[in-house]
Design a protein around this ligand. Structure first.
Ligand code: GCB
Length: 871
């Protein structure tokens, strides 16, 4: 019988008589091996003693890491993983049925019991159950074997016909949610209804006087016809029964559906975060005075509607929905999360002040949605129809359509009773004309989107449908434009102004113009922002987010830029009632092996919190203050402790009219807090620690926050990595990010795309310090005003000519505090060709605390890569 451990499961009470459903968790004692195995692996004779011992939930994947190296624990293998478990099955009374219940296996599962194949499930996110009674041996050891397949989707493999086909997230493999052995009498509430609970609750009417609640209960009888009784009860939050229906049931063999209508007097509403009050509904099937089966489901009594002009209304009251998207992975655990990890995620989202969550881009764990019910979050649930209906062009194969349909029905039935869910999204960015990796003719996403919309309506006529629209046809992604608008009831727009789009500094205007345009184009469709955001690395910093080049899928990704982008975006969204909701992309950094950016590998770093849930980024604090009803204040920039320059811009988030800044014992002054942001420019920093205190002024109460920033010793030199958004440490020196500048354009030498792929032929500058030349500033004229202590200094400029076609007439003039220090320099000639460094040094005397450098070029642009001001 192989070398497997026999899992001792806690046997339910003696099964002399049929008893209500028993669920035994099968967590421990599994054996696991990654790789394709021969047929023998499914049978009892196979020796698995050499396999790994694991417990379930489990995934073999480990994706993502901070620091620029992939960690040794990384495992991004996609393929087939095998699990084997010997279970000492509890004895059972005659007539009991046995089911295996998998809360999710990614992405395709095949299951054998005692060597017999009992079923296949395609889709990595939904619960599925198999009736294994015929092959199960109660009271004896039973062998369960599971083959989990997360092969990379290809047009000609099974995975290529199962959603998702592509996307910016890693599809992990394994039995990553719990497994149970379910034991039920032959006559029971139906466990085989697309993995759903079998009990479906819908409020037909809610007024202050009463709620009329319809409950459908599906029954299954695998024995002889019986006369039974179905009792349906609604209990309030304290457990008191407030409504009840009792129905006789003549249950013939097969399946049946019962309907009951119950009335709850003076209903207590489920009222979002303010009061997420929950009733429960219990359906009990009994016969001969004994309970046969019982299922309890949550019930939240609420009304909601979406208005194209006025936004979202919950129980008749307008609520601006503002929140985050959430992916289900944690650094180190991947998708195999514990309940405590789900709870931690919800706690952080509650702390942020969100009132809505988008479940990106697939069905999330039941536990998680239950937490959303309890927290009062409004949930956008989503099908993993992401980016494309096909890997080889066209509208997608019949098997893909069947799978999409199945996954949607599973998702809706399994989540039907969660009051938090208020929209079914049937697609994300499927209007991107080319999904990642699509070969052949262009995909057509509309037919499948229409089909799924109809399926959602059939499954749940009450909740609106939605989809998330991609990109506006700008930049990297060509789209099929607005052709999908109107297919679903609601639209979400994924828009990354300030990030993937040209002219990042115009994020405010671009977002506002787009929203107004879309509202005008679709005056009858409620619209939302389903995604916006920027990468943010908590170890990468900027002195001035407006002066460096934004390298959206490269490095650096300064934390400060991400925060700034959100500061620009939220007021634009908040000012428009017609935007019923917005979701930050994303609450947490998450695994994506397309990515190699910021200070991480295989992570999308647009989270407000790191993937290990340890660090809250500045953007988190911004929203925590902006979304707080209570007075709140927090300094930005706390992770950028060792500062690059002897002055800094101090920023705090506060929801008071003003705030006061003190540095050490000196009051710097009061600043207005506009849109929750208070800023003090050019605040001097003494070398060493500077203790800062911010105090709110004019709010309901006076609050403070503190921070300590270490000022540099200017006598050791002041250095600028010109053109760069981030600071750089090189040869023991700190180069601050580009700042103190007006004019010119920050530019990048080598632009990378997803996964670090070069978007242009790679170029190198001939220099001892190529890193300094990754970014530069170019222009016919630009000026720096650098804060430098009075005295005599040496200025060193690092320049080059990037353009091989630059004119030999080009001539650069530089003045320092008005005095010419370089005159008529042709950089290319001086260097002996393009892409070669030219260094020029000159002495300056500074008085008045500022070194002014003016660059003017005729016959071509000046290109400056770095400035050093040294003693
Ligand atoms: C999107 C996608 C999402 C990506 C995100 C990004 O539009 O819907 O899956 O992760 O952009 O970060 O680029």
């Amino acid at each position: 019988m192989g070398g497997g451990v026999v899992a001792a499961v806690a046997a339910p009470a003696a099964q002399a008589e049929a008893a209500p459903r028993q669920a035994v968790e099968l967590a421990d004692g599994w054996r696991f091996r990654f790789g394709d195995e021969s047929g023998a692996v499914t049978g009892p004779g196979f020796d698995d003693s050499g396999w790994d011992q694991v417990s379930v939930p489990h995934t073999w994947n480990r994706i993502g890491g901070y620091g620029l190296e992939r960690g040794p624990e990384t495992n991004n293998k996609q393929g087939i993983g095998w699990y084997r478990l010997m279970v000492d099955a509890p004895a059972a009374a005659a007539g009991m049925r046995q089911y295996l219940d998998f809360a999710a296996v990614a992405k395709i599962a095949d299951v054998w019991v005692n060597g017999q194949h009992v079923g296949t499930h395609k889709g990595g996110f939904a619960r599925f159950r198999f009736d294994v009674t015929d092959v199960w041996k109660p009271g004896q050891p039973n062998l369960i074997v599971v083959k989990a397949d997360n092969s990379k989707p290809e047009p000609d493999n099974a995975s290529g016909q199962v959603l998702p086909l592509s996307g910016d997230f890693f599809v992990e493999g394994g039995i990553y949610r719990p497994v149970h052995l379910l034991q039920l009498p032959a006559a029971s509430i139906d466990p085989l209804d697309y993995g759903g609970p079998g009990v479906y609750v819908r409020a037909a009417e809610i007024t202050d006087a009463q709620a009329v609640v319809d409950v459908r209960t599906r029954l299954r009888n695998q024995g002889a016809a019986r006369d039974l009784k179905l009792t349906t009860q609604i209990a309030d939050a304290s457990g008191k029964v407030v409504a009840q229906a009792v129905q006789p049931v003549h249950l013939a063999p097969g399946a049946a559906e019962m309907a009951a209508r119950l009335t709850v007097p003076h209903p207590h509403r489920w009222n979002g975060r303010a009061d997420p009050y929950l009733y429960s509904v219990t359906a009990t099937l009994s016969g001969d005075g004994k309970v046969l089966d019982q299922v309890t489901q949550p019930l939240g009594l609420r009304t909601f509607r979406f208005d194209a002009d006025a936004g979202f209304f919950l129980n008749g009251r307008h609520v601006k929905l503002h929140g985050v998207s959430r992916h289900q992975d944690w650094l180190g655990s991947g998708w195999a999360l514990t309940d405590a990890q789900h709870e931690r995620d919800m706690e952080l989202i509650e702390e942020l002040g969100a009132n809505t969550v988008r479940q990106a881009h697939y069905q999330h764990a039941d536990k998680w949605t239950e937490l959303a019910d309890k927290a009062g979050m409004v949930v956008w649930a989503e099908l993993p129809y992401v980016t494309t209906p096909s890997l080889s062009g066209g509208k997608g194969s019949d098997s893909l359509w069947a799978n999409a349909d199945q996954q949607l029905r599973e998702q809706i039935r399994q989540n039907y009773n969660h009051p938090s869910i208020m929209m079914w999204s049937v697609g994300n960015e499927v209007n991107a004309a080319r999904g990642f990796g699509v070969k052949g003719k262009l995909p057509q996403s509309l037919p499948l989107l229409q089909h799924l919309n109809a399926t959602a309506k059939q499954e749940d006529p009450d909740r609106p449908t939605a989809f998330a629209d991609c990109c506006e046809g700008v930049g990297m992604m060509k789209t099929s434009g607005e052709k999908l608008a109107g297919t679903t009831d609601l639209i979400g727009y994924n828009r990354y102004y300030g990030w993937y789009y040209p002219k990042p500094l115009e994020v405010r205007a671009q977002l506002g113009v787009m929203l107004d345009k879309m509202h005008g184009a679709h005056p009858d469709i409620p619209i939302s922002i389903t995604e916006y955001g920027a990468g943010g690395a908590v170890t990468q910093h900027s002195d001035d987010v407006k002066s460096g080049f934004v390298n959206f899928v490269g490095r650096p990704h300064p934390e400060e830029y991400e925060a700034w982008l959100h500061e620009q975006s939220w007021p634009v969204i908040n000012a428009r009632d017609f935007v019923f909701a917005s979701w930050v992309w994303n609450m947490f950094d998450f695994a994506s092996d397309l990515r190699d950016e910021g200070d991480s590998v295989d992570l999308n770093d647009k989270g407000l919190v790191t993937a290990d849930r340890k660090v809250k980024k500045d953007a988190f604090w911004y929203y925590k203050v902006a979304w707080s009803d209570a007075p709140a204040v927090h300094f930005a920039g706390k992770h950028y402790v060792d500062r690059s320059y002897p002055v800094m811009t101090v920023k705090a988030y506060a929801n008071s009219p003003k705030a006061r800044l003190t540095m050490g014992s000196k009051v710097v002054g009061e600043a207005d807090c506009t849109d929750d942001v208070c800023e003090w420019r050019d605040v001097p920093l003494a070398p060493g620690p500077n203790k800062a205190v911010v105090t709110t002024v004019g709010g309901k109460e006076s609050l403070t926050d503190t921070a300590t920033w270490n000022g540099p010793d200017p006598q050791k030199g002041i250095r600028i990595d010109v053109g760069s958004l981030g600071t750089r440490d090189l040869d023991g020196h700190r180069y601050g990010s580009d700042t103190f500048v007006t004019g010119g354009t920050p530019t990048v030498l080598n632009l990378v795309g997803f996964g670090g792929r070069s978007l242009r032929p790679h170029r190198d500058v001939e220099t001892a310090n190529p890193q300094l030349f990754e970014y530069w500033r170019e222009g016919e004229s630009f000026s720096y005003g650098i804060p430098v202590p009075d005295g005599n200094w040496t200025v060193t400029l690092h320049m080059f000519e990037p353009d091989p076609k630059a004119s030999d007439q080009q001539a650069l003039t530089v003045t320092a505090n008005g005095t010419p220090v370089i005159e008529g320099l042709n950089v290319q000639k001086a260097a002996g060709g393009p892409l070669k460094e030219v260094v020029r040094s000159f002495p300056v005397t500074v008085s008045g605390g500022v070194l002014k450098l003016d660059f003017a070029s005729v016959g071509g642009k000046a290109s400056l890569a770095a400035i050093e001001v040294t003693k």
